[in-house]
Structure formats: C-alpha cells, structure tokens
Design a protein around this ligand. Structure first.
Ligand code: OSB
Ligand code: MG
Length: 382
C-alpha cells in the first residue's frame, strides 16, 4: 500500500558534454522532469520522465507530461492510495497515450515499493545479474573521421557495443568507415524513422546488409508496423523496433507480422515498468531478444534502466552507458561508472541499496533546476 502526501515535479536543464544529433534534431542540453513522491510515512520515491522539451522523438513533451501528471494523475493519487505500481498502471490505463508522463510517476512508485520490501529494485523486478554490459549510442558526427575517433575512444573506455545514429545521406559512409577500422566491433544503427519504402531508401537499407550489423533500429515510420514487415522481408540484417512498440500488443503484432526480430524496450515509451515487464515476458516466451534503450537519462532514470536490464530476456547489450557519457555532473551522489579492467570490464554495476539504489544530490538538483511544482494532498484528508 502506498499513500502519497506530497509530490514534486522539478524541471532540470542539464548541459550535455557534447551535442547529441539524431535524424530528428540536435540537442546541447537535456531538459528533464524529475518526480519526487513522498509517502505519508516518510519515504521518498524518485522518477524521471523520458520526454524532451520538444515533441520530436514522439508526440509528448515536458509541458504535456507535466499537464497530464498535474491535472489527471496527481490529484487522484494524492486522494487515494494505490496497492502497488501495477495497481497504479491499471488505475490510469484509461488515460490514452501520454505514456512517458504515466511512466515517470510509476518509476517513483517502484522506488517506494522496493524500499518497502527492503530490496534493490533489480531484485524486486526479478533480475538475474548485477553487472550490466555497457553499450553506447553515438550521434551523427561532423565527419566520418570524427566518428571513427569517437568509436575508438568509447572502445578504449570499455564499451562492448557501438550504436550510431543514421539518416539519409549519412548512413553507408559512416558505417563503412567504422567497419574499415574495426572489422569486428559489435555495431548497430538507429534511423529514428528517417526512411520510407521509396526504392532509393530501400536500396540504401539493403546496402547496409554488407556491414554485418547487429540490427537496424526503427528505419521507418514510428506509427508503422506493416511497412517494417515488408522491409524486413528484403533485408538480412534484423530490424529492431523502438518508437513503434508502445505496448505488449504492439510487440505481439510486430512479431506475428514479421516486422521486427529484436525489440528495444524503454520504460518511458511504453508507459512504465509494468508494461516494460509485460513486453519483456512476451519476448522471452517467444524467443525475441530484447535490449534496454535510453533517453539521455540522468542518474535517476539510468538507475531504473539498469534494474530493468538485469531481467533474463535482456540478452543484447543496451544503450546503457556511464553517467559521464552525457553529463559532466550527474545529479546523483555516486555516478554510474564503466569498469575498465578486471573480469567485469565493459560492465556497469547495478546499485544494491533498497529502492532504485541511488541518492539524489540536492545541491546539484538545486543548481540545475529551472522550476519546481509542488502538489499536496487535500489538507482535510491528511
Ligand atoms: O532512439 O534510442 C533512441 C536518445 C534520444 C532519443 C532517442 C534515442 C536516443 C538514443 C540515446 O539513442 C540512448 C542513450 O540514452 O544512451
Ligand atoms: Mg532508437
């Protein structure tokens, strides 16, 4: 049983160490909503919203997310306790879409539930490993030479798998440049929906078959599963869906149609850890490999992604990097680090303290906060 007395939504603006460019845009700052949910008996649960300041990856943004939370979810949650995070997911399932908003509060409830159980989140979720292999996602670079140097640097740091962002005109050449220098590096590409079934696009995607990629992520429309099936039938490289998979049923349909051979699971995109677990379980039962995606998380969201990636079906390396991949100063007291030597080289340790297992650094939070909204239970009910 979780009874909340107060919920805060903080908006932070964290500078990125270097700009991150995808087929849909270029970011130099991560504006992110952090949720702190306080129970009436003194526990605090943290959550992080995956939305950005603009609706480019999907249709949500930080303002729509705060609106959904503040106007539809928080008043009801402050009024009436939930039994569990799963109970929360069921109670707000009638709110259509807005999955990143819903997921952010579910994060905080999982943190509280794990603290109440006296367990780290990864154990509460049923995780099977405490070291998670680290992979890195690299944005579109200024040139192929710059990109190859970035790859060399990340491999030296210990990253086990490289993902590069691609878009039309910036696809074959960067891929070929990396393959020429690193013939065997585990490599995959992410198009964020930048291609169509137009013949010249299909020809390019087919040409990528020559580079022994682990997968090609979300080449076509974010709302399209059917065209991905048509495309997959023409490629030897596995298609991996990201944006197109919002529910367990989407995963089932994509699998049944032959639209995807691998799935990227992001708890924000799918509406929370409960739905992420359902997709994981479906994929495990149907022998579909999954990996954990990222959304440039701070240490809070990163901790939750790490816990998710300990589940048995996460057999591929995820976009799970150290705090210093994106941030000079993370907002947690013990940033995530990539082990560079020993038997666990190339992995990140999942925290073992109860809950999400990280502590927020209040001074840093204050330093990067641009606004704070506080919501309290109706005093007559406290
Ligand atoms: O498509 O996976 C994506 C970052 C922002 C938006 C979308 C995506 C990404 C990434 C970065 O690839 C993953 C990370 O956080 O490491
Ligand atoms: Mg992606």
């Amino acid at each position: 049983m979780i009874k909340l007395a107060r919920i805060e939504i903080r908006t932070l603006r964290l500078p990125l160490i270097s700009p991150f460019e995808t087929s849909f845009g270029r970011d130099t700052v991560r504006e992110v909503l952090l949720i702190a949910a306080h129970t009436s008996d003194g526990l605090t649960g943290w959550g992080e919203c995956s939305a950005f300041s603009e609706p480019l990856y999907n249709e949500e943004d930080n303002v729509t997310a705060r609106h959904i939370l503040a106007d539809y979810i928080i008043p009801s949650l402050l009024d009436q306790a939930v039994d569990s995070p799963q109970d929360y997911a069921a109670r707000f399932a009638h709110i259509r879409g807005n999955r990143m908003a819903k997921a952010a509060l579910e994060d905080a409830l999982w943190d509280i539930a794990a603290q109440q159980a006296g367990k780290p989140l990864w154990r509460l979720l049923g995780g099977v490993r405490q070291q998670v292999p680290a992979g890195v996602s690299i944005g579109i670079a200024a040139s192929d030479d710059v990109l190859v140097e970035q790859v060399a640097d990340f491999l030296e740091q210990g990253y086990q798998r490289i993902k590069i962002k691609i878009k039309p005109g910036r696809d074959i050449s960067p891929t070929a440049a990396i393959r020429a220098r690193f013939p065997d590096v585990p490599l995959q590409v992410d198009a964020n929906s930048a291609y169509t079934l137009a013949p010249h696009h299909v020809a390019t995607l087919k040409a990528l078959d020559d580079y022994r990629l682990l997968l090609i992520e979300q080449p076509l429309g974010e709302d399209d599963i059917i065209d991905h099936a048509t495309l997959q039938a023409q490629l030897t490289t596995p298609v991996c869906l990201d944006e197109s998979i919002r529910t367990r049923d989407d995963a089932r349909k994509a699998h049944q149609l032959g639209a995807t051979r691998v799935i990227n699971i992001k708890r924000g995109r799918v509406g929370g850890l409960t739905e992420a677990l359902a997709i994981h379980d479906y994929c495990l039962a149907n022998h579909i490999p999954v990996w954990c995606g990222g959304m440039l998380e701070t240490g809070v969201g990163r901790a939750i992604n790490m816990a998710l990636a300990t589940l048995p079906g996460f057999t591929m390396v995820g976009d799970l990097s150290a705090s210093n991949r994106f941030y000079a100063e993370d907002i947690i007291t013990a940033p995530f680090v990539l082990l560079n030597s020993g038997p666990h080289r190339g992995t990140i340790s999942v925290p073992n303290a109860p809950g999400i297992g990280v502590r927020v650094d209040e001074a840093r939070l204050d330093q990067y906060m641009i606004n704070l909204h506080v919501y309290r239970a109706n005093p007559s009910r406290r």
